[in-house]
Ligand binder design. Structure first.
Ligand code: NFE
Ligand code: MG
Length: 606
């Protein structure tokens, strides 16, 4: 047994029992976690591994910068458009291209449609079943469910006892057929599930409502970007012509009928996050009022680049202000500059890459970043290269790099954005957080402050719900601005003055930043002679899921698991709860795709 103090203030103890969960399911991509638990089944060491690699950054070298968005959009099947957006922003930054106002607003709407959709799917379809027990919902009294629904969200129309009875009957048929389908593989007999049956039935009902509506909101992408989940983008604007009086047959995708349809979907989204998603998270969270684990790095270091300006090119109008908080000091927000070579760097001391002889422990700014794979297990790893039984965290142990801000590991994501915005006093965010916490405390009979409630697993999940609703509000505001701009006679959607590479400088470099659903996303590009010389993506799940760095600082996933008690280590509900609150995307983190459909949780204990 060894006890290690990390420079960023965590105590790691690799004695006791080692538990392996591989793969972590209900996420995008392949991820493994190994933890050590003590005699009381409390997690004392955590090791997060990204287990596959594809190398998109290598594939991009030598290609046309105008094509990069279409490649990087395929990094992921979830946050697709975020990568396309970061890419066109990086190229436009390098070539000094200013896009038309319509394109600026249409991109903002597409960005937030993606965020809203991603947040809703994350909560209902990937995370809720860590808290909600669909089998227990069968025991619910539909009248009690109706009463609960009307208490937690009086404005949601679907609240009658008959409605909940119908859903319960559907669910009963599922269970009696022995085919739980989407609800298979849960630890439904685990004592960590605390909801009364009526709350379980309410949440399962909304699982189904969310499943229905998520296919509606993405229609906005199919109108503005031609298709979903990989809508079209272009350097210089959007590939979407405006002709207000045109009809579809005449080849004008954006006419008044389509704009009215978009408005309707944005309003429906707004109502869903207001009347269903946010109230559900508050109500479910209140039953888990004692589950204040999982803070980890969110109690100390947080980062976001800032995004969603109301005025193009003016970061002072960012609706997510961004910045960095260190050491839990909410009073001091450090500005962040993604161009500064001293600020954002990636380390590979514990990642399966090489920076060259004698450079093992250095950090590289993404403009100078390298992606040279070097897969080797450490001396104390167990198993084989293709069947790892235990990783060796003293050596290289992940395909994910370790990004740092001035050497500090930071948590990124909606929670980081919300703590930053709250600390900066953004009025919308402050009102939302105070209202949500007021309702939480009233239901739970607690008096938690933002500082107590937010840096936790439940706080992370709540911040994501609040952000979805803020995104819905922003989409409606951006829509109004778009209509006003079109009404003023501006129909431009693309600036093609620098489309021809002959107009480009011999060398150029740029950075594109996006507030992606899981946190701050950056793409860095270097262009030489009209081709991509270097391209690096530093992705939210890389920040959160990366391994240790040269100094031994641990990242957000590992930090969040420490100190969490497990009710039954054979059923790692608590590990799933904690990690799912970040919604890990290892496809993004390592730019990989899983080649198979392996989704069964396999827990190995030794
Ligand atoms: Ni593949 Fe992503 C987001 C990006 S990764 S989901 O959000 O960028 O963390
Ligand atoms: Mg990368």
């Amino acid at each position: 047994m060894t006890t290690i103090q990390t420079p960023n203030g965590f105590s790691l103890d690799n004695g006791g029992r080692r538990i392996v969960v591989d793969p972590i399911t209900r996420i995008e991509g392949h991820m493994r976690v190994e933890v050590n638990v003590d005699d009381h089944n409390v997690i004392r060491n955590a090791v997060s591994t990204g287990t596959m690699w594809r190398g998109l950054e290598v594939i991009l070298k030598g290609r046309d910068p105008r094509d990069a968005w279409a490649f990087v959009e395929r990094i992921c099947g979830v946050c697709t458009g975020c990568h396309a957006l970061a890419s066109v922003r990086a190229v436009e930054d390098a070539l000094d291209i200013r896009i038309p106002t319509n394109a600026f607003l249409i991109r903002q709407i597409m960005e937030k449609v993606l965020a809203w959709h991603d947040h809703v799917v994350h909560f209902y379809h990937l995370h809720a079943l860590d808290w909600v027990n669909p089998v227990n919902a069968l025991k619910a009294d539909p009248r009690a469910t109706s009463a609960l629904q009307q208490a937690v969200s009086p404005n949601h129309a679907k609240s009658s006892p008959g409605y909940f009875r119908d859903v319960q009957n559907r669910l009963k048929k599922f269970v009696e057929s022995g085919q739980l389908g989407i609800f298979r593989n849960g630890y439904w007999d685990n004592s960590a599930y605390l909801l009364p049956p009526e709350a379980d039935l309410m949440a399962v009902t909304h699982y189904l409502e969310a499943l229905d509506f998520q296919k509606e909101i993405v229609k906005v992408h199919t109108i503005l970007g031609g298709k979903n989940p990989h809508p079209n983008y272009m350097v210089g604007g959007v590939p979407c012509a405006i002709n207000i009086d045109g009809d579809m047959a005449a080849g004008a995708p954006l006419n008044m009928e389509r704009l009215n349809f978009i408005k309707l979907k944005l309003q429906e989204a707004f109502e869903f996050s207001q009347n269903v998603y946010v109230p559900d998270v508050i109500a479910i969270g209140s039953y888990y009022k004692n589950w204040l684990y999982g803070g980890g790095l969110s109690a100390s270091n947080l980062m976001d680049y800032g995004d969603c300006p109301t005025v193009q090119g003016d970061p002072s109008t960012n609706r997510f202000p961004g910045g960095v908080i260190l050491g839990g000091n909410w009073e001091e927000i450090h500005p962040i500059d993604p161009r500064d070579p001293e600020q954002v760097q990636e380390f590979v001391t514990h990642s399966w890459y090489e920076y060259g002889a004698g450079r093992e422990d250095i950090g590289l700014h993404p403009w100078d970043g390298m992606t040279d794979p070097h897969y080797a297990l450490g001396a104390n790893a167990k198993g084989t290269r293709t069947n790892i039984l235990a990783v060796d965290e003293a050596a290289k142990y992940s395909w994910v790099k370790a990004p740092r801000w001035r050497g500090n590991a930071c948590e990124v994501g909606p929670l980081a954005r919300y703590i930053l915005a709250y600390s900066k006093g953004v009025p919308y965010v402050k009102a939302q957080v105070d209202d949500a916490l007021g309702r939480f405390n009233a239901l739970a009979g607690t008096s938690l402050t933002p500082r107590e409630a937010l840096p936790t697993t439940i706080g992370r999940t709540l911040a994501r719900a609040l952000e979805a609703h803020y995104c819905a509000q922003q989409m409606l505001d951006d829509y109004d601005a778009l209509i006003a701009n079109i009404a003023a006679g501006d129909l431009a959607t693309a600036n093609v003055s620098k489309w021809d590479p002959a107009t480009w400088p011999k060398e150029a470099k740029g950075v594109g930043i996006v507030a992606a659903p899981r946190g701050g996303l950056g793409h860095w590009i270097k262009i030489r002679d009209g081709r991509i010389e270097n391209y690096q993506c530093v992705v939210p799940s890389t920040w959160n899921g990366g391994p240790r760095d040269a100094k031994g600082n641990i990242g957000a996933f590992e930090a969040s698991l420490l100190g969490t008690p497990m009710s039954n280590p054979e059923q790692p509900v608590e590990i799933l709860r904690t990690l799912h609150s970040f919604d890990p995307c290892m496809a993004c983190a390592t730019h990989v795709m899983a080649p198979d459909g392996d989704e069964l949780a396999r827990v190995t204990i030794r």
